[in-house]
Design a protein around this ligand. Structure first.
Ligand code: FDA
Length: 305
């Protein structure tokens, strides 16, 4: 049953008509639990609150399914405004972004040029940028662009998904850049030809990949809400003399808030992924897919209107 719901929400997350409608009507159906607000100003307040509690942030201007150069330009300008705000307001925050929102599917020249503009401004103001990983057909292009940009920019990292068979090779491949990698399980629906179908294998590979990244001497952002993963990473680090400055935990805004604070109290760095913007629909559907128990929030949101 859980798998049917998961597949259903992932299917819905890709529906462009519903995505368009959602943009027009603002945060609905309890999406405000997972999205900090629909403006840069709203995200600033959320980041300040988190920073005051000892949590670091990576902010993300939501956006997917863009298909025109004009939309990619608007998203690029928003990313530049976001890094400038981080610097001006002295927020403890990085920036996360999705290449498809900046023109990946339009042309190679466009995405390269938009990324260069964002990274140049981010470097000037001292902000680190992580390229989120999207669905598997875009993985190779994302890694290639990362490799290219990394030659000129040291303020850039990317994401590795433990459900993909290729990920171990990808960590070794980008390891030469001594790069900061966020390791996640993966949020898209992928076929068994490219991804482990069983959760047990995804979990097993998750730990293997974090250990690989750390054993290469590179920084790992352990992005999961799963205590089993968190505990194993803590144990591995202790047993191998790996300092707390070599890794951090990352969780999504609104998820396991108490656990985030507990980890801070234990002396670990915890970074919260703070999404904001009008394009909340696909992100929200993927959160429901991960945990159909959250559907209760949707139902409550519908009742409230
Ligand atoms: P998983 O879903 O396997 O659940 C394991 C356990 O964790 C649960 O049994 C429960 O105990 C606990 N748990 C999980 N969700 C919970 C909740 N909502 N409330 C309470 N407990 C919960 N994906 C991607 O493909 N590309 C990307 O770039 C990113 N980026 C990203 C950044 C950050 C900071 C995070 C945390 C995650 C991502 N993801 C992502 C999403 C990721 O791939 C994955 O879908 C989710 O993190 C869910 O997997 P988990 O490892 O959290 O636990």
């Amino acid at each position: 049953m859980e798998r049917v719901l998961r597949d259903g929400f992932i299917f819905l997350s890709q529906n462009k008509t519903l995505n368009g409608l959602a943009k027009r009507y603002g945060l609905k159906f309890g999406a405000g639990r997972f999205v900090a607000g629909d403006s840069l100003e709203a995200s600033k307040r959320a980041i300040q609150d988190l920073n005051a509690k000892g949590l670091c942030v990576t902010m993300d201007h939501l956006g997917e399914f863009i298909s025109t150069v004009g939309e990619a330009e608007m998203m690029t300008q928003e990313c530049i405004r976001a890094v400038e705000m981080i610097a001006e307001e002295k927020l403890d925050s990085q920036l996360s972004l999705k290449l498809t929102s900046l023109g990946l599917d339009i042309s190679d020249e466009l995405i390269r040029s938009n990324m260069e503009r964002i990274l140049t401004r981010a470097k000037e103001v001292g902000v680190f940028v992580t390229i989120d990983m999207e669905d598997e057909p875009r993985c190779e292009k994302t890694i290639q662009l990362f490799e290219e940009l990394r030659q000129s920019f040291d303020n850039i990292g990317t994401v590795i998904q433990s459900y993909l068979y290729r990920s171990e090779d990808d960590i070794k491949r980008v390891g030469r850049f001594e790069t900061n990698l966020r390791i996640v399980k993966g949020a898209y629906k992928e076929p068994a030809t490219v991804a482990f179908p069983e959760k047990e294998d995804v979990d097993h590979n998750y730990i293997k990949l974090v250990k690989l990244q750390l054993s290469l001497g590179n920084y790992a952002a352990v992005a999961t809400h799963d205590d089993a993963m968190i505990e194993q990473v803590i144990r591995y680090a202790k047993e191998n003399g790996i300092g707390n400055d070599k890794f951090e935990f990352q969780m999504l805004y609104g998820i396991r808030v108490e656990r985030q604070l507990e980890l801070v109290k234990l002396g670990y760095k915890v970074r919260v992924y703070v999404p904001y913007g009008r394009d909340w629909y696909g992100y929200f559907m993927r959160r429901l897919a991960e945990r159909p128990a959250n559907v209760a929030f949707v139902l409550k949101g519908m009742v409230k209107g």
